[in-house]
Write a protein of this length. Structure first.
Length: 114
């Protein structure tokens, strides 16, 4: 069984930055993509960003220009650099890995508040 271990969440003021990391517990063959989704209270889970094995990226409209996703294939790790954070970015952020099946992390809380 593969586990995704997330880190880097926390409390930050508006305009601040955070960097999330997600590492897979073991190597997985044929990883198609890794990425981040988020879910705020009372809302559906939404796409934040994904990156394929070929390094193609896709971002949700609300984070374009502020967030950057990157990936270290050798370490099976994906990162999310979040800049110019806004209160509406407050949510639980979930790491996702797509291979022959979907894997999800346990989630990490990001709170943007003054």
């Amino acid at each position: 069984q593969v586990q995704l271990v997330e880190s880097g969440g926390g409390l930050v003021q508006p305009g601040g930055s955070l960097r999330l990391s997600c590492a897979a517990s073991r190597s997985i063959f044929n990883i198609y993509a890794m990425g981040w989704y988020r879910q705020a209270p009372g809302k559906q889970r939404e796409l934040v960003a994904t990156i394929t094995s070929g390094m193609s990226t896709n971002y949700g409209d609300s984070v374009k220009g502020r967030f950057t996703i990157s990936r270290d294939n050798a370490k099976n790790t994906v990162y999310l650099q979040m800049n110019n954070l806004k209160p509406e970015d407050t949510a639980v952020y979930y790491c996702n890995l797509k291979a022959t099946k979907d894997y999800w992390g346990q989630g990490t809380q990001v709170t943007v508040s003054s």
